[in-house]
Each structure stands twice: as C-alpha cells, then as structure tokens.
Design a protein around this ligand. Structure first.
Ligand code: PAF
Length: 300
C-alpha cells in the first residue's frame, strides 16, 4: 500500500460504487488522487472470469484505488459478430468485484460513451493492427483504441492492466500509449487457463461441453510447438505446421490464423532467433478462440 495513515479516504470503510456517468467517475478518481492514491484501472467488457479477476488482483497489489470498467463497446464489433449475444451480467460482475474489494465500477451506457455526433477516432496504423485478428476483424482495433483512449482520458489511471491472452490488443494499446504520449503505464498480466489448459475467455461460454473439452487442443498444440522449439527447431513454417496438424484432429475446428511474429511489432518471423510470439485464432463452432505463447531462448 502507498497510503499514509491520515489519508482522507478511508479504504476500509468504503463501499464499492457503480458509476454510470463520466462526471461522477471523474469526481471519484480525483478525490482518490487528491488523497495521494495511485489509481489502477482494469478495462473490461464484463462477464468477468478468473482472467479478469487476476487483473484486478494485480491492480490491487500495485495501486491503492482500483477502477474496473464494464462496457460492451459496440465500435469494436464488426457486422455479423457477437455484439448482441455478448453476455451482459452486471449484477454478477459487481458481486465478484465487490468481493475482491474493487473501489469503483464504471459502467456507462453506450450513449454516455458515444453521444450523437461522436466523430473522433483513434487509429493505430500498420502491420500491428492489420495482421492477425486485424485481417479477419477489420475496424476492430480502431474500436478498441478509441474506447481505451476515451477510458484512459476519463479515468486518468496511473497503470492500466491488460491480459496477455489478447496479445495483439496489448501490443496495439502499448503502441498507442507510446505514440500519443499518454501519461500512464500498461501492465501485462499472464494468461489464466481453465483446468484443461483452455485460455479463459468470456466467449468460452458459447461452447458446448464437448466443444469446450475439444478446445483444449489449442493450448496442447502451442505446448507441442514449444517443445519442438526447445528441441532445436527454429523454422516458423515447421513450428506452425505442428499446430496445424494437431488442430486438424478436431474436424469442425477452422483455423483463422496461426502466426509466429515479433511480440512487440507483430511482424512475421521466419526463423525464430531469440524471442517470438505464436498467436492463433481458431473457430470452434460458435466461438472464435484466440491463444498464444511466447517462445524464448531464455526458457531453453
Ligand atoms: O479486452 C477487452 O475486454 C476489450 O477489448 C477492452 C480492452 C475492454 C476494450 O473494450
């Protein structure tokens, strides 16, 4: 904790607030900041699972005042994607946040974030947004960077916490923060997995029990690829084909991409010299699942 004993804000007796307006969240954060608190921010779209909870815990460790946003951001969904069916369970989410000791939930309506005549967008150009998920979800990252820039401007956190599962989102957000000189740091937190190894995601709930069990092949294939790397294989095509062949054992799984890229720039890597990100997106029936692993000579 970074709090002095005389802090005006008594954390122990505070009750978690759910705030819907920008004015009110600004007041809350500014009052915490004027008491000398470090503000941690966990942006989410709700349907909180253990992955989100680990971000909240990381925020609590590093900061004194934790804001969680819950906002299903319409601008990051393309036509025909799952905006309408995306789970909205604010009461359940609030109970989870409260039990962890979150200070404030910011849960605005769409009209609060995107009033009529909203016309300003934040767009990170280049390979970093156009490769991987950017190819099959055009406009997705423009929606993510725009909403995150707005949320950062509203909450003014010292640190924002993002999961490594969305490796491309993390790289894009870091680039935006650096290019636009935003005054916060971005902390990446490790992927949290189900017992089977499947990466936690709100979209796992779209899967039937059988599909959920089958989807464990994704992480197994990443681990087998890592083993191949550890045993000396450096050629990306060979490493990727290991994953392709394992995914092919599930007949209804459709590969969107399997790529080996530089973890910072997301540019393709042909021969893994030192460190590389293997990122995959696989359609498993009703859910498009993403996962990744970092190959590093340090682990060899
Ligand atoms: O990762 C997510 O849940 C979303 O993309 C985010 C960062 C909350 C922006 O809407």
């Amino acid at each position: 904790m970074h709090l002095g004993v005389e802090s005006a804000y008594d954390k122990k007796t505070s009750i978690m607030k759910i705030i819907k307006t920008i004015n009110e969240i600004r007041k809350q954060v500014s009052s915490a900041k004027s008491s000398g608190m470090r503000v941690g921010f966990v942006p989410t779209m709700g349907a909180l699972h253990a992955g989100h909870l680990s971000l909240i815990q990381a925020a609590q460790k590093a900061c004194d005042f934790v804001v969680v946003s819950i906002f299903v951001n319409p601008t990051q969904f393309g036509a025909g994607e799952d905006l309408d069916k995306y789970p909205r369970v604010l009461e359940l989410d609030a109970a989870k946040c409260e039990s962890l000791g979150v200070d404030v939930i910011f849960a605005p309506q769409v009209s609060e974030m995107y009033p009529e005549k909203f016309e300003s967008w934040v767009d990170v150009d280049g390979e970093i947004t156009q490769s991987l998920c950017g190819k099959s979800r055009p406009g997705h990252f423009r929606g993510v960077t725009t909403v995150c820039a707005k949320l950062f401007n509203i909450v003014l956190p010292d640190i924002a916490f993002f999961g490594q599962k969305d490796a491309q989102q993390l790289a894009v957000i870091k680039k935006m923060v650096s290019d636009l000189n935003m005054l916060l740091s971005i902390e990446a937190c490790p992927i949290v997995r189900e017992e089977s190894g499947l990466a936690m995601s709100s979209r796992n709930d779209y899967l039937s029990d059988i599909q959920r069990a089958d989807a464990a092949i994704i992480y197994q294939s990443l681990l087998s690829c890592e083993e191949l790397f550890i045993s000396g294989e450096r050629c990306s095509n060979v490493l990727k084909s290991k994953i392709t062949s394992m995914i092919a054992t599930v007949d209804y799984a459709r590969v969107d991409y399997i790529e080996i890229v530089d973890p910072g720039t997301l540019e393709p890597v042909e021969i893994v010299e030192d460190k590389a990100l293997i990122a995959v997106a696989i359609e498993f029936g009703p859910a498009r699942l993403i996962d990744n692993i970092i190959l590093s000579l340090n682990n060899v």
